[in-house]
Structures are given as structure tokens and as C-alpha cells.
Write a protein that binds this ligand. Sequence first.
Ligand code: NAD
Length: 489
Amino acid sequence: MAANITDHLQLIDGRGCPATGNGWIDSIDPSTGRIWARIPAGGASDIDLAVRAAARALPAWRETAPAQRAALLRSWARLVRDNLDTLWRLDAADNGRPRREAEPAIAGAAMQMEYVAGLAETITGTTVSVSPTASTYTVREPYGVVGLIIPWNAPLAMFLAKATAALAAGNTLVVKPPEIASVSVLAAAELVAEAGIPAGVVNIVTGEGASAGDALARHDDVRMISFTGSTQTGRRITEASTGNLKALSLELGGKSPNIVFADADIDAAVAGVTAGIFTASAGQACIAGSRILVQDSIFEDFIEKVRLRASQMTLGSPPDAGTDMGPVVSRVQFDRIRGYIESAEADGAKLAFGGRSGSELFPRNEDLAGGYYIEPTLLTTDDPGLQICREEVFGPVAVALRFSDEAEALDIANGSTFGLAAGVWTQNLPRAQRMITGLDAGTVWVNTYRRLHWALPFGGHKESGIGTSNGPQTLDEWLEQKSVWIEYS
Ligand code: NAD
């Protein structure tokens, strides 16, 4: 093994562990295509050890006073902030997210941890009056051992936010991070003990989805699964979890429309639309605005302005402060995205700009020529039924369609199996309100795009998910309700 390749261990019961089967998975730096680290190839037996550790840690953790749980979680948040520089670099090496996104995302996650930690002290029940001779009320309690399965596009930020919520609610946790981007999660998990959180409260098992992920979704002692990832995997997890009918929270895919009316502030819309699909993790974001709907009177002009703006973006090495867009995450994703561009053209969509990739983009840079870079790409079509208009590409590839009026815009926007997010660009307030009402999506932005905040709930409609995270009620998905009837007669 080359000297600069580092090995990272799973965390089970407070100890660093290789996989029980002794296998390893290579972590590839997507900006170069080279191996930079290895993680254990954990499987069902590692999951079982982790679930047992979490079960042993549960009684003491759930009985820890909420204020104390909150204090411990805030200490963890502080350590994340203290180690920000190391953590964003690991995240960027794993998934190619540029510094411009990775660093603020993790700093933001530390702020979110503090907000969520405080919610531990807001868990309440309801007093309900049903009889003069009884006290009747509800209490909310943690599920117990819960599982967290996360994707590679923002693994660390997602881990920190969701693990904090699970723990604030009093659960103990087994996490299965994405096999192609687990290193930053393992590094942040090492800080759990330093924060004073007891061994076994957080356990991390790395490994493939089909082995470690499936074993977690199937495990009979796991009471709830929070999953973020593709809709297809969400279905598999739902099936695997039926043995003990686990509670499920699913944050899935999207094909979000960004709708531009002729009366919009065009410069703002060009900036928002471009950032929504290209600088958004090179389009690898569930909320990417991958369908650009433009009113027909401004269609050509608008596309030209987006082309110009996209051409000014810098593709480059993720740690460089000047990089606007990094590579896509893996060779598999690279091939998949290029396949989508090819089939869209074969289906009759027109390439408005982009389409180049890999060494075509960096002919004189030996390092980056081997990276998984795809330039911002836009296709146009009049047929919303094409595959490129229906399926999530998860890359810097958008499709633009024209519409004539609000009704047609809504028809195209809602004509999707997904319903995660939507953007509307208009200066006409009544029109904005009609669009908000008409759009079938978990989040609607008006005159902005891709703005999330931990205090604002987030979730998907239709096949984009089940459940809601963030917001003041975010602990609800980690708690179950108990009704109490005390009879005095
Ligand atoms: P993925 O579904 O392939 O994998 C996500 C996680 O699930 C990984 O940890 C993977 O190992 C695991 N997994 C895979 N197969 C499994 C199985 N059979 N059983 C249990 N676990 C399994 O998704 P991805 O490619 O890592 O991420 C991209 C997807 O995530 C996109 O569809 C994107 O839209 C979605 N996403 C959604 C949100 C949201 O909040 N709605 C946020 C980020 C990403």
C-alpha cells in the first residue's frame, strides 16, 4: 500500500474496529481518480455488533437529563467547529465538493447541531381532558436503537445534523455512511468521545449498501430508520424494514423545476438558475433545479444568458478557494451522467451548451485530466416526456423547456413523480402566490433557489420522501408517542 494512503476504522462501542471480515474499500479522490484512503468493508456481523453496543448504551443515555444531553451535543458541535479545517478537507477529498461549498456547509452543520441540541429541552406531551375522574395525557419517548443511512453528496453535514437530532431525542444510533465517502464521518465520530458522549451511543459501520445498509434496515432490534438517498434505494429499505415494521423517515430524490416568467428580474433569475444546478455540488444535490422552465417570449435570450454565466464558472481542484465547481463523485456517476447526455441527444433533445468531460477539459493538467469532471451542460426540448425531463441525473446537467402561461408551467412542473422543491421567478406577487398554491413540492422558493435553514422544515412530496426534518419539530421524527390514562375513581 502506498505510504500516503490512510486507513480509517469503524466506530463500535467506542472503539476503532476494522471489519469483522477484514475487507477494505478504497476511497477514490474524484478530482484525480486516485486512491487516497481505505475504509473497512463492514457487513451484517459488524452491524449486529454495533446494534448490540447501541442497545447496551440505551438505558443510560435515554435517562440522561435533557439539559445534559443538550450540553454534551453542544460540546460535540464545538469540537466540529474546532476541527473544521480538517473536516471539510476530508469531505472534499471524498466527494469532490469544492471548498466554497464544503467549508460553509460543515460550519453551518455545527450551528445546526447547537440549535437541535437545544430542542432536547423542548420535548413535551399534551394534557387531554377526557374524564373528570382521570388524568389523561401524552408523553413522547425515544424509539430506542435507530439507524441512519446517508448519501455521499453531503455526508458529513447530514450525519452531524441527523445524529444530533436522534441523540437529542434520547435514541442511540448506528450509522451507515456512503461507501464512497465515509472518511469525514469517521473523523467527526472520533470527536464524540472527546465531547463526553458515552461509548456505544454513536456507532459507525462502513460498507456497501447491499450488505451493511441492508443488514441495518433488516435488523430486528432497530426500531426506526432515517434514510437519505435515491428513491430506488428508499424502496429497497422500505421492503427490508418490514420484518419488525420499523418506523421510516425517507428523504429521496428530485427533479425540481426552476420556473422563470418573462416578468422576472432576469439577472437574478440567471444567477439563481445557474447556481441551482451547476454550483450546487455539480448538480449532485437532491434539490438541484434540474428542469429549467422558461416563458416562451424570453426563452432564447434567457438560455444565452445562462450559457454566458456558466461559461464564467471555474472548474477545478476542490480545495482551491477559486473553484466554483468540482468533479462529480465517482467513475460510476461520471459514466452515468455522460450516458444521460448521450441518450437525451439520441431522444431528440438539443445540446445548448456543454457536454465535454474528463481530459477534454484539462488537456494540460495531468492530475485533473484523470478526475471525473463534467462541464455545465444544458439541453433543450419541447417534450416533457423525455427521459432527461423525468429522471434524476444527479450531475451538472439541466434540461430547459418552454411554457406559455401559468397553467402550462404548473402542468409541466407537477408532471413528475418527484415533488421535492421548486423555484419561481416573477415580480408579480399574485402570480407568485398562485404558483406557490399550485406547485406540488415540499419547498417552494420565490426569487431565490436552494436556500435551506435548520429552523425551516424540509421534506418531499410524492416519491421524494416520507416525513419532515428540520424546524422546531425536527425531534418528532425520532420520537414516538405514548398515551397515559390514570384513573382515580
Ligand atoms: P443511494 O440511494 O445509492 O445511497 C444512499 C445510501 O444508501 C448509501 O449509504 C448506500 O450505501 C445505502 N444503500 C444503498 N443500497 C442500499 C440497500 N439496499 N439497503 C440499505 N442501504 C443501501 O444514494 P446516493 O447515490 O448515495 O445519493 C444520491 C441520492 O440521494 C439522490 O437520489 C439524491 O436525490 C438523494 N438525496 C436526497 C436528499 C434529500 O434530502 N431528499 C438529500 C441528499 C441526497
